[in-house]
Design a protein around this ligand. Structure first.
Ligand code: DGL
Length: 262
């Protein structure tokens, strides 16, 4: 038994799509989330900047006495997780392996597409992970730097659709049957992704798999929360609380969503 909360971090509200899956998968667990909205987007920053900002969020979560930390950010997972793991005994879990496993399971024609931030795409985060697990799989990667700012600014579907259509254009002639939403912000516009892609393409949200994996891990370690419905969820942001509260209420379908500024 371990009644301490699970910590989650992201550069912004994207990580709330992961929190949402965690609450659904493990309703007894408490969570603490920090979104570094003051410094978003991470995807266009240097590796050193991303690592330093992520370290600050990890330190914040450790000060909240969390039992493990989920990097609910693909960019931070790829750039900073390994080095920060060397600095702490608290287990850190990233989204990329989970997304890769789920996509490998889903693809039938062994061709997977991944859309992510500039950093995630240029470091071949998913390609490396997927081909290490199954070298026969073809992986097509695409950077979509315009999407995160639009999502963070609560753009309407009508504003997002043309940008997304243009972004996905290079994928048009590719024959993939599975697409990984390789940035935790993208599930927020999953409907628009589906609208822009052929019907046979399955969309993978890595958060589904990471929530299952984390639950299994806690069970194996005997570290689940045993106070039924402790259900306490705390939200922190380094950015504008009003803006985050509006988006958070939508993403979590919780009108009482309330973030605290740090
Ligand atoms: N949500 C983050 C991810 O999954 C990226 C957003 C950003 O560029 O800061 O990579």
């Amino acid at each position: 038994m371990d009644n301490r909360p699970i910590g989650l971090l992201d550069s912004g509200v994207g990580g709330l799509t992961v929190v949402k899956k965690f609450i659904a998968q493990m309703p007894n667990e408490a969570t603490v989330f920090i979104g570094d909205n003051a410094h978003i987007p991470y995807g266009d920053k240097t590796k050193d900047e991303i690592t330093e900002l992520t370290r600050q969020s990890v330190e914040f979560l450790l000060s909240k006495n969390v039992k493990l930390i989920i990097f609910a950010c693909n960019t931070a997972t790829k750039v900073a997780l390994d080095s920060i793991q060397n600095e702490t005994n608290t287990k850190l879990i990233g989204v990329i392996k989970s997304g890769s496993i789920a996509a490998i399971r889903a693809t039938k024609n062994k061709h997977i597409a991944v859309v992510g931030t500039q950093m995630t795409a240029s470091l071949h985060a998913y390609k490396k992970e997927i081909t290490a697990l199954d070298p026969a799989i073809e992986v097509t990667e695409l950077a979509a730097p315009k999407l995160v700012p639009l999502i963070e600014n609560n753009a309407t579907p009508a504003d997002i659709l043309p940008v997304l259509t243009e972004t996905l254009e290079p994928l048009q002639k590719k024959s993939f049957d599975t697409l990984i939403l390789g940035c935790t912000h993208y599930p927020i516009i999953q409907k628009q992704f589906a609208q822009c892609l052929p019907n046979n393409v399955q969309l993978i949200n890595p958060a589904d798999e990471i929530a299952r994996y984390t639950e299994e891990l806690l069970q194996t370690k005997g570290a689940t929360c045993e106070r039924p419905n402790l259900g306490k969820h705390e939200y922190f942001t380094t950015g504008d609380v009003k803006k985050v509260n509006k988006l958070g209420a939508q993403i979590l379908a919780d009108p009482n969503f309330n973030a605290i500024q740090v």
